[in-house]
Design a protein. Structure first.
Length: 269
């Protein structure tokens, strides 16, 4: 495995290999020198204080940062062994393979049924749509709650249900990876636990990378954890970097770095 500092061996298939990457917004170097491997069909958590670059790194896995003017990276990210930034990679097709769930649930202002069917249709799905809708809602542990109101608006259900609808929509197009940017931060504890349980089920089929501010959540659900921090630069700004990457067990119980120990024990951040 590739790692900045830690020694834990992560012996499994690699979905993303991040090699010597620097992340820029224009001339601003937001995150510097990141190396790590994201293993397949595991949950990898990105943690660290605000502004250390977790979302920046996450958004590069499906090249969502391409949509931000001036954003670019140096270094390499490989997805299933292929250079993610190669001209051969079509970002739209990449985003089909690497789905994303955001902090704030964002169902389309359409029926629950159409929330699933719409994306599938655009992606050329030709099979039985009713079956796909049911299977996706079941996969997101939402079917029983909405099966009798599929024609109602996706915006009419609770926040936790909306977030599961967004997960159903994401898995309907059969991605290989699910990126999750603080998916539970707007949810109550019960909905949060439902999403966490769901993630444990989803990881049998999907590689999951999650950004979370909730350290207990990272400890509960993830297999591996990357701890990012930010340091002061000469110019007075802040620059993110990866402090340590290892199994979640190691990061929370026996980290190699004092900064990691301080962070996970709540001493800063
Ligand atoms: N669109 C953007 N344009 C310019 N700078 C940005 C942009 N998005 C993020 N940044 C900067 O990049 C750095 C990393 O931000 P990022 O949002 O990735 O951090 P984060 O760890 O996810 O923070 P938070 O936990 O607060 O969401 C910060 O200095 C931030 O101001």
């Amino acid at each position: 495995m590739q790692s900045n500092t830690s020694s834990t061996t992560i012996d499994t298939d690699v979905t993303f290999r991040v090699e010597n990457t620097d992340y820029y917004y224009g001339s601003f170097l937001a995150v510097k020198g990141v190396n790590f491997d994201v293993p397949a069909r595991k949950i990898t958590a990105l943690i660290g204080p605000s502004g250390c670059g977790k979302s920046t790194v996450l958004r590069c896995f499906n090249r969502l940062n391409d949509l931000i003017p001036g954003a670019h990276i140096n270094g390499k990210i490989y997805f299933d062994g292929e250079d993610l930034y190669s001209p051969r990679v079509d970002p739209t097709e990449l985003r089909r393979r690497v789905g994303m769930v955001f902090q704030k649930s964002n169902p389309f202002p359409k029926s629950i049924y159409e929330n699933i069917a719409f994306g599938a249709r655009i992606n050329g799905y030709r099979g039985n749509m009713d079956e796909l809708v049911e299977q996706s809602l079941r996969g997101a542990a939402l079917w029983d709650e909405v099966k009798d109101k599929l024609s109602e608006s996706g915006l009419s259900i609770s926040g936790g249900q909306q977030q599961r609808l967004c997960i159903a929509r994401a898995i309907a197009i059969e991605p290989e990876v699910l990126l999750m940017d603080e998916p539970c931060s707007a949810l109550d504890p019960i909905s949060t636990l439902q999403i966490e349980d769901l993630m444990q089920e989803l990881k049998t089929n999907f590689t999951i990378v999650i950004v979370t501010h909730n350290m207990q959540q990272a400890a509960r659900i993830s297999d591996n954890t990357a701890f990012f921090n930010a340091r002061q630069t000469d110019k007075g700004g802040k620059q993110g970097y990866l402090v340590e990457y290892a199994s979640t067990e190691t990061i929370f119980n026996d980290p190699a770095q004092q900064a990691t120990r301080d962070y996970v024990s709540g001493r800063f951040g």
